[in-house]
Design a protein around this ligand. Sequence first.
Ligand SMILES: [Zn+2]
Length: 364
Amino acid sequence: MRAWLLVLGLAFLAGACAPRTLRPSIDPALTAKEAARQRVLAVQDEDEKLDRIEEVFGRIIVCNAGLCEKKKGYLGLTLFHPRFVDDKAWVQAYREVYGLNDDYLTVVRIAPKSPADLAGLQEGDLVLSINGQRPDTSSKQGLAEFLESYRAWTGQGPLSFRVLRGIEVAYATEEPRPACDCVALLVSSSQVNALADGQNIYVFQGLLRFCAKDEELALVLCHELAHNGMGHIKAQQGNRLIGAIFDGLVAGLLGVNTGGAFARAGGQMFSQEFEEEADYVGLYYMARAGYDIQNAPDLWRRMASENPESIGRSTTHPSTSRRFVALEATREEIFAKQGQGLALEPETKPDRDRSGAPRPGGAE
Ligand SMILES: [Zn+2]
């Protein structure tokens, strides 16, 4: 019976409509060559976007180190190796764009005016040693361990580099700058969005296209950094956990399956307030990084045109209209402080310190 149905189905499909034009035949070798070319173009485009993120975000994390609890040493240098590319189809494109070499870590990015830049290091330099230690490039594990040591050194003082740039050259950096311990990663998605996970932030490609000016990009990156700095992600996870415990209690005591409703509600508790707090603190971060905040609220008018439904109230985010007005008020607060020569620090409730933790002796 089944076999008959299959035969009948195939006969039916054979009679289905097919395209009727006679098109030029396609050489698979040309398609493969074009695929390689498109990968190179995509890596070049990604490189430009990462340059932009590095320049803006590097400035933000250095200028706000004083407000961040977790700090790192910032050198403004990015190292890369073919082993970091998991997808084999893409390795050649990365090799071509960055001039990668299997035997060395390659300097692929130097932030302008960073300690690495001031020391004279350049993109394309092949690393022979850092602080006298030669990177083990024979395995992913060896590379990971070396980068872990490098990360530790950036918190301990100036670094010495020996690199290959045709000839062997030695460089000594100045003291790495204290910075917020956060990395901005690029997500290949056309969505106009950014996220924070409590440690790092994720910038969607679509956001970079939307934010034509660096001031707009800085505003969004500062908002995400504020989520991490204010411990919002941890707090939401905690609220979700409390909700999940309640789900369990209801199921156990009343025999009712809540389907995780309390966990969901817990995760969304204060989410509007957290968003508003990230906007508020984020604008301070932006001003402290030396960006012009005069037109910062305008981002929410542009966002409103992009997503007209966000002009009204949603469950997780404040409306774009409310965010615009709140940002204007924050801007005026910052301008007043700048006018009086006061320190640019977000205002906190009297019984809380900047991280939101109760002050010693403060009322809970
Ligand atoms: Zn947010």
